[in-house]
Unconditional design. Structure first.
Length: 333
């Protein structure tokens, strides 16, 4: 058969994939058959075997975690005595023991902590300081509750007391929360938690931003009250207060220049949220506008403001007293 004369047909793109490049040439140290690859692997093995670098890696991993650190002999001893939940106790190798370190090790064993011995370099890196006195404790993260859990628990307790014959008991059992707006000092937070537990509050509400967290320092100041006082963290404190108001709660903000005094707002015997601001800035504008009432604490002109923990104690006492007086008046009828 005769072939037709003319131009030969091209591939027409049928073999385009065979012309595709394979990308840039890998580095010599990334090619498994190359000498540079074997040298790199040997170098990595030497680094992994170096005890100093191993200590650095463990310390970096330790310090990158969000768990709180308690540093120093006195601080660790007090934290263990207060029952701060912890997981690991690090003790420096060849430490000179005294009565405190012996008590620390005894309490750590009772609480079931992991006892780890570390050299001086690793201890410095874990504590990020050389002033650790050879003792560092790794505290566990605080377990926060959700706002829904706080409300459900408080409402359940209040409903259970509705069947009581005592009117004062029913009034005293009405839900009471304390919310903190811009309180950034953990010790202040711990003192507020302690006051909330002392006066029968149902929980503490914190915003996620611009607020202190329940660290070991806050736990220690609370004198163990953080173990049984639920704390909730919310994304937006204003919206959290609004959601509580939709459920029948009233909100009273504590700030200077209020329209009433603490304990005299008229909302004390209702389901209540007491909102406190920071010592310097007070309540934020949106939170202040959300509150049903703004109350103040009568003070002399020599003092401009009180810190959050003192103000919380005074306010919660005033609410508890108003509820007692209302219960006594109802029982007298």
């Amino acid at each position: 058969m005769a072939m037709k004369k003319g131009p030969t047909k091209g591939s027409g793109g049928k073999h385009r994939n065979s012309l595709r490049g394979k990308g840039p040439t890998p580095k010599a140290e990334d090619r498994v058959y190359h000498k540079a690859y074997k040298e790199k692997q040997a170098t990595n093995r030497r680094k992994m075997a170096d005890p100093r670098l191993a200590a650095r890696r463990r310390a970096a991993k330790f310090s990158s975690e969000s768990d709180d650190l308690v540093i120093g002999r006195n601080a660790v001893l007090e934290a263990l005595r207060c029952g701060v939940p912890a997981s690991t106790l690090y003790v420096a190798a060849r430490i000179e023991h005294d009565d405190r370190t012996r008590e620390i090790i005894r309490l750590a064993s009772i609480h079931g902590l992991n006892l780890m011995e570390a050299d001086r370099l690793e201890m410095d890196r874990i504590a990020r300081s050389s002033n650790h006195q050879g003792v560092v404790m790794k505290a566990q993260p605080f377990q926060y509750s959700s706002l829904a859990e706080l409300v459900e628990r408080a409402d359940k307790k209040s409903r259970a007391m509705e069947a009581a014959n005592s009117t004062s008991a029913r009034i005293a059992a009405r839900p009471l929360f304390i919310a903190l707006d811009g309180v950034t000092d953990p010790q202040n937070l711990g003192a507020v938690i302690r006051s909330a537990a002392a006066f029968g509050a149902n929980g503490v509400i914190l915003p996620e931003r611009r607020s202190a967290s329940v660290t070991a320092a806050a736990w220690k100041v609370s004198a163990g009250a953080a173990a049984h006082m639920p704390v909730a963290r919310v994304v937006n404190l204003t919206k959290a207060i609004e959601s509580l108001k939709e459920r029948g709660y009233y909100s009273v903000g504590l700030d200077g220049g209020g329209d009433a005094l603490v304990g005299e707002t008229g909302f004390e015997t209702d389901p209540l949220v007491v909102v406190l601001g920071s010592e310097g800035n007070g309540l934020s504008r949106l939170v202040r506008e959300t509150c049903d009432s703004i109350a103040g604490i009568p003070m002399s002109n020599m003092v401009e403001s009180l810190n959050a923990s003192v103000a919380a104690g005074i306010t919660l006492y005033s609410v508890a007293r108003a509820r007692r007086e209302a219960g006594a008046a109802a029982n007298a009828k």
